[in-house]
Each structure stands twice: as structure tokens, then as C-alpha cells.
Design a protein. Structure first.
Length: 532
């Protein structure tokens, strides 16, 4: 297969499968939180979000980290017998690891709950602990399919897992709230929903698995397998875990600090729940960057071997500019309409300032996910992982300093500071690996122009729409219509300026998943310009 064939056929096919499944999974994962919050309120949302990072970390570690590590191991095997032996070692290691984590979560659940300032969270932590037991089967099966290049089972499993999880959480929560049970009981049902979803993912993969690796067992270096599984899984999933790790920091600090600063228990819980509204917004905002990160790693890895690494440069530049463009557009656009989106999704405009600052994290995360993925594709994993740890430490310190002064707004500022440190560190390290310009000055200039045009168009419309056009409607319906129309207007204006200025060429759009429509639209918008 020629290099160009690999570019346009293999990459596009694999990227499209990954993109479709990742988009569906991430949309489901973000969107279900809105009806859930509407059913349980800010306090109920606080209860769920306090515990979710514990199980979310294992879901991501399994789904991305261990699966990729297993895939890499099996792909490097010299035959079916060795691959089978590696799978057995990997499964044994993961069973021991998951059993250990399960015991820790079950035994130390009271300690974790007290450390978060809410002893009533014990039952949620113990319910979520069962998800850890499903980690070995999911990781090994998913990794086996990935090593064979069979992405359909992986995609179907991911979507099925999330679908079952969302259904159980929403239906279960509705039944619990209707029965008059406590909000903690609703949170416990939500935790079981995650366990059921993970189990569904295992069942789906097992259904596709038909003795994928046959043949006699061969001897393998068990220590090497264990070491590689650990190192690769942590480094690969680190960038995906960083948002959850920041949430975990918030779980242990924000509520405790609010109580220390004099907030009553109910008020502190509700305020933390308002702050947690930002999580699904950020998850949706980083959708394009995280999808690009999934797709770009194998492409960079393939071309990094060509011409002393120079073969990967066009793809690196394209990925960076795409992540920058859409990450900035999502962050700036969402911040602009946030008060209306807040009321549209969560019933009130409470905490809008904190959430405006919160969603700015979309931009930094888009850069972090992309740069980390590019460096991983080139085999550079130690320094990016270290930078993520440094950023996490900065977030902890910033929370301790800023939350007592600015409450949840301080937590949002602290998150941005932590992510800025990571993004800046990754950028400078990237320059030592590839000393090149990622984008020309005119690219950044036109992004600024597009942002200004979006602001001067959307702000007057929001004022008119909210004050005159939709004034007769109820406040939530008015906010909904104002938010939706403003998002459409802002997106159209931003994309119009970006395409009219041709800061991305038509051939570059074509390389991106589903970029054909963007390329066609840009050709239409610039046809008079190109003729000149």
C-alpha cells in the first residue's frame, strides 16, 4: 500500500469509525447529565458529581489506556501463540489489579466520603466500585480487536455501553424520585447504571469474540508485559484522565472549603452542584479535539518514521490548527451565550460567571489533548505525563488559595490556571521535538477577526431577542430560543469569516473526518476570490 493510499483510505476509514463512535459516546455521556440534573436538582447533581470521578477514572483508564496498551502488545507479538500468552498474562495482571482496587474502594469508602466532607456518599462509592471488576475483560477484549484493526466491535461496544448506562441512570433516577426516596439513593442508582453499562460493553465484545487467537501458548517475559501494560496505559490515558483528575480535586476541596468559609451544608452542596453544571458543557466543547486526538495518533506514528519525522509535519500542523480553531470557537461562543444556555439546560442562571470562566477550559483542553496525542504518536510520553501531573498540583494549590476568596468562581479560575500551565509546558516541549511553526500569523489574526465579528453580531441579537422578540414567553423558553438562535448565528458568522479568509485550505478539510462538506462550502464561498 502506498503512502498516499494509507493517507486517504486507511486513515479515513479508521478515523471515521472512531469518530462516529466517539461522537455518539461523548454526546450521550454529556447530554444525560442535563435531564439528570433537572430531575435531582443542584444538590442531587452535587452528590453524583462528587463520586463520578472515582468510577470515571477507571472507565477512561480501561477504555483508552489499558485497551491501547494491550493492543500495542499484541500487535508486537511474533505469532498467534505469543499473542495468546500475552493476553493471558495481561488478563491475569488486570484481574489482580482490579481486585485490589475493588477492595480498596470498598474498605476505604468511609474514609474517602469523610475526606470529601459528606459521609453519606459511602453507598455511592461502594456501588461504583463494582465497575472495577469489569475492567480486565473489557480492556483485553477491546485491545485484541484493536490489534487486529477490527474497529467495528470496539465502536459498537462503546456506543452500547454508553447507551445502556444512560438508560439505566435516567429511568432508574426517575423511578427513585417518583417513589420519594432520597437524593443519595438516586445517586446510588446512577452509579449502578455505570456498572450495567460497562457490563453491556463486555457482553457485546464477547459476542464478537470468536477465538480470535488460536494455537498453543508460547513463553513470554511476564515482567516485560506487566511493565509495558502499566507504563503505556497510564501515559496514553493521562490526557483523557486529566479533566476527571481536576474534578476529583474539586470533589475533595470545593465543598470542604465552602463549609469552612461559613456556608451552610445545603447551600454548599447546591453551590457545588451549580459549579458542576460546567462539566457536561466542557465535555461537549472538547468533542472535536478529543476525536481528533483519537484519530491522529496512528497517523503521526506512521509518518513519524518517514524522512526523519518530517513526513508527519503536514498532519501535525493540520491537527493543531483544527483543534485551535474549533476549540477556541467553542469556548468563546459558549462563554458568550452562557447565561442563556445555563437557564435553558439547568432551569436557572445561577453561577453564570463561574461557568463562563469554566467553559474557557475548553480551549486549553483542546490544545492539551491535541499536543499530547501528537507527542504520543511520536513515542514521546514521559514528559507530557509529567506535565499533566504538574498541572494537577497547580490546580490543587490554586483551589486552596482561590476558593476561599471567590468560592466556585475561584475553582473555575484555578482550573484555567492548571490547564494553562499544562498547555504552555506541552507547547514548549513540542518545540524541542519539532522546531517548527504550527500555524502562520495570519491564521491567528483571522481567528481574532472571526471572534470579534461573532461578538458584535451575537451580543446585539441576544439583547434584542431576550428583551423584545421573546419577551412574552416564559423565562426558560425565552432563554432557550435566545440561546439556540445565538449559537446558530455565532457559528455561521465565525465559520463564514474563517472560510472566507481560507485559513484552512480545501484539501486540508478533505483530510478531516466529514470534512468534505466544509471543503465544498468553502469552495462556494471563495469561488469569486479564487478566480481572481
Amino acid at each position: 500500500m502506498s503512502s498516499s493510499d494509507w493517507n486517504m483510505k486507511t486513515f479515513m476509514k479508521g478515523a471515521s469509525i472512531l469518530t462516529i463512535s466517539a461522537i455518539v459516546v461523548k454526546i450521550l455521556g454529556a447530554v444525560y447529565r442535563v435531564p439528570y440534573q433537572n430531575m435531582v436538582g443542584d444538590k442531587g447533581f452535587y452528590i453524583y458529581q462528587q463520586v463520578y470521578p472515582f468510577i470515571g477514572i477507571f472507565i477512561i483508564w480501561t477504555f483508552y489506556g489499558f485497551a491501547v496498551a494491550v493492543s500495542k502488545l499484541l500487535a508486537s507479538s511474533r505469532g498467534r501463540g505469543e499473542a495468546k500468552a500475552m493476553m493471558r498474562v495481561a488478563l491475569t495482571y488486570l484481574v489482580v489489579l482490579s481486585a485490589s482496587f475493588f477492595v480498596i474502594l470498598m474498605v476505604f469508602a468511609p474514609f474517602f466520603a469523610r475526606s470529601m466532607g459528606d459521609p453519606a456518599l459511602v453507598s455511592l462509592l461502594r456501588a461504583g466500585a463494582y465497575i472495577v471488576l469489569l475492567m480486565p475483560a473489557l480492556a483485553v477484549l477491546k485491545g485484541a480487536f484493536q490489534s487486529e484493526g477490527r474497529m467495528v466491535p470496539v465502536a459498537v461496544s462503546g456506543v452500547g455501553e454508553q447507551a445502556f448506562r444512560v438508560i439505566v441512570i435516567l429511568v432508574g433516577t426517575w423511578l427513585v424520585m417518583r417513589s420519594g426516596a432520597s437524593l443519595y439513593r438516586a445517586g446510588e442508582v446512577a452509579m449502578w447504571g455505570a456498572v450495567v453499562g460497562e457490563a453491556a460493553g463486555v457482553v457485546i465484545l464477547a459476542f464478537y469474540f470468536r477465538n480470535l487467537f488460536k494455537g498453543p501458548l508460547e513463553k513470554v517475559d511476564r515482567w516485560r508485559v506487566v511493565k509495558e501494560l502499566t507504563v503505556v496505559s497510564l501515559s496514553v490515558s493521562a490526557s483523557s484522565l486529566i479533566l476527571l483528575m481536576f474534578q476529583l480535586v474539586d470533589s475533595f476541596t470545593v465543598y470542604n472549603i465552602l463549609r469552612t468559609e461559613g456556608f451552610m451544608e445545603e447551600a454548599a452542596m447546591a453551590l457545588k452542584g451549580v459549579y458542576d453544571r460546567g462539566q457536561p458543557l466542557v465535555q461537549m466543547g472538547i468533542l472535536i479535539a478529543s476525536t481528533l486526538a483519537l484519530a491522529i495518533v496512528p497517523l503521526i506514528a506512521h509518518h513519524a518514521k518517514e524522512k526523519n519525522g518530517e513526513g508527519a509535519i503536514p498532519f501535525i500542523r493540520l491537527t493543531f490548527r483544527t483543534a485551535f480553531l474549533f476549540g477556541w470557537a467553542a469556548a468563546a461562543g459558549l462563554a458568550l451565550v452562557l447565561p442563556y444556555v445555563n437557564e435553558m439546560l439547568f432551569e436557572t442562571r445561577a453561577g453564570s460567571l463561574a461557568l463562563i470562566l469554566f467553559v474557557i477550559q475548553i480551549f486549553w483542553l483542546s490544545l492539551i489533548l491535541t499536543l499530547t496525542a501528537i507527542l504520543q504518536g511520536a513515542g514521546k510520553i514521559k514528559i507530557p505525563t509529567l506535565l499533566l501531573v504538574v498541572g494537577l498540583a497547580v490546580k490543587i494549590v490554586a483551589n486552596l488559595i482561590l476558593v476561599p476568596i471567590y468560592d466556585i468562581t475561584g475553582a473555575s479560575i484555578a482550573g484555567n490556571i492548571g490547564f494553562i500551565v499544562i498547555a504552555a509546558g506541552l507547547f514548549f516541549y513540542f518545540k524541542t521535538v519539532w522546531p517548527m511553526r504550527l500555524a502562520p500569523r495570519r491564521f491567528y489574526g483571522w481567528v481574532v477577526v472571526a471572534t470579534v465579528c461573532m461578538i458584535v453580531t451575537v451580543v446585539p441579537w441576544m439583547l434584542v431577542a431576550d428583551g423584545l422578540v421573546f419577551e412574552a414567553l416564559t423565562t426558560r423558553i425565552s432563554s432557550t430560543l435566545t440561546a439556540l438562535t445565538s449559537v446558530v448565528i455565532g457559528a455561521v458568522v465565525f465559520l463564514f469569516v474563517a472560510m472566507k479568509s481560507r485559513i484552512m485550505a480545501e484539501k486540508e478539510w478533505y483530510l478531516l473526518p466529514f470534512g468534505k462538506r466544509f471543503a465544498s462550502l468553502q469552495l462556494f464561498l471563495t469561488k469569486n476570490t479564487t478566480r481572481r
